[in-house]
Each structure stands twice: as structure tokens, then as C-alpha cells.
Design a protein around this ligand. Sequence first.
Ligand SMILES: [Zn+2]
Length: 369
Amino acid sequence: MIHTRYKMLFSWPVFILLVSIVPAYAAEQSTPKNIILLIGDGMGIAQITAGKIVKGQLNLEEFKHLGLLTTHSQSALITDSAAAGTALATGYKTNNKAISVSADGKPLKSIIEYAKEVNKATGLVVSSSITHATPAVFAAHIDSRKKHSIIAEQISRSGIDVLFGGGRGYFIPHTKPGSKREDDKNLLAELAEFTTVIQTEEEFNRLGQVDSVVGLFADKHLPGADKRNPGLPGMTEKAIEILSKNKNGFFLMVEGSQIDWAGHDNNQDDIITEVIDFDNTIGVALNFAKKNPQTLLVVTADHETGGFAIHNGSIADKVVSESGFTWTHHTAEMVPVFAYGPGASDFTGIGDNTRIGKLLIKYLQAARQ
Ligand SMILES: [Zn+2]
């Protein structure tokens, strides 16, 4: 009798049912192998809405787990990108202007450092200078975001596998055209001793099979979304291609840096252009995650900029015809967080921005066991 019962239990229909349910459940619950964190600097809900009105369907709409984050820093209700970035990168609050150091100046360990401990590949892709506050919090520890030359030195020593963005001027000696340093240090030459260094669109397009690369394509920031080449989606695609060769997985941070600047400029059209470019970049990450289900995608902002609101427009004509700004600085509005892939349900509800760093670090520590 027992024998027959076992036979029934493991009959083909039951077996097929189990193999079809278990992977879906596991994908939702398990620790992600790859993590891609996409930060829209200054991207509040109105900025996303304006992008959706003009683009129509956003890639972001494929994310089914959403939450809201408070963004205040330790020193102020209105955060800057350094303090908010530190919260996202380390899980801890700090003062405005601080780059992954606590209010009393102690280094706060970043996601990148945890990822390296478990032998994952790491990367930063931005449309600003690579030394700007948001990328800096993942690669450096210093009391002021303004110390770009020191941040560049720390980034050079960080061992991050893929770096794409601007900021070349902080990596070349003061004697060279375009330099933003005051000393003779040639960080690009030092980097070239152990990684591939590229500086032009042509070199980017010709880039072959590499395990690591530093691509700095402007002396300071890259141009706006409609002018930069390589663009954020292309740089992200290349970064994923390189990092995903690591059998232990990878952590990649991508920043749509210039949504924030359009907010400071109270420039609605630039906000829309940058948000759509950022959403196209999210599409690149989403394509990879669909083919590689052990990949967690988290999309969020460090803060809202401009107190932007949409006043008039047309869904049918895909146009925002009237909008307004309450001022030219950051606001204290909560920002949205969108998650996709294993662990995504952890990101729902209302929380603080430190939650993002804490959760991502928790997944990386789980990978250690
Ligand atoms: Zn800003």
C-alpha cells in the first residue's frame, strides 16, 4: 500500500506541477546573484509622470513592487546627493556633503566594498563626472563632495571593474589640457597599468573582450541626453556585458545624473529628455534581468528637485504644455522606489532611504554564507 501511495505522490502530473512552481517561488524569495541599482538624481513622481506623458509606455511600468522613501539627511530635512547617496550606498544617515563617512567622520562601508568581499564584479555608470556625489559615495570616503581630486584618487584605487562617465580632468596632471587637478598626478596613466582606459566614442565602440575598463568621455560632465555619445543606455549595456562574465555575479550602480540639473534649471523639456533616457536605460537592465532571473533591479531617486508639478498637457498628443516649479533646489518629498526580481517584495511600503543600502548589503552578506 505504502509503495503505491509513494507512486501516486511522485506521479508525473505532480512532479511537473512542482518543477513549474518551485523556480518561480525561488526567484521571488532567493538572494539575488546580480544587483543593478539605478538612481534617477532628482527624479520625483512628477518627473516620472512627465516622462510617461511624452513617452507613452515606460519600462518602469513593468516593475510590480513599489514603495516610497523619506530622504532627509542627518543634518537637514532637505538632503543633498551626497547624504542621500550615502544612505543608499551604506544604509546610514550622514550630514549633507559627506561622502560615505558618518557625521563624526568615520568611513561607512559601501555596497561596492561588500560586493568585492564576496568576489562579485562591480561597476559605476553615470552621465556626470565619475567624481560627482552619487558615484563617489560608492567608491570613496571623504568629508566633502567638493574634494574631487581626492575622490578621483580614491576611485582609482577602488578596484571597481567598470567605470563609465565624465570627469577625466580630475585624473590627469595639471599640465595637460582639460585638467582640473592642481598637482602632477596622472591617475589615468596609473590606471592604464592594470585596466583598459578609453576616452572617446570611437574607443568605446571598438572595445573588445575585457574584464575591466575605465571610460572617461569628458573633462567634467557628459553632455545632455540628446548629445552624449556613448549614451547612458549604451554604457549600461556594455557594463552589464563585461560584469556578467563574473561567475559570482555583480553589483552595478547606474545614475541618470542630469534629471537633477534640469530640475535646478527649472527646465521642463530637459527633465523629460533625461527621464526618457533614464527609462531607456532601465529597459536595458530589464532585458538582462528577464534573461537572467537571479538579477534584482532597484530604481529610485536620491531626492526630488525643483518642486516640479504638471499643470496642463495631453495624453493623446504626448505633450506637457504647462508646468511649474516651487523653487530651484531639492525638496523633502518622498521619492518612489521600484524593484524587480528576487527580493523585490522587500521594497514595498513606506520606508527611509537607508532601507535600500541595508537591504542590498543584507543580500550581499547572505551571499557570503
Ligand atoms: Zn541637485
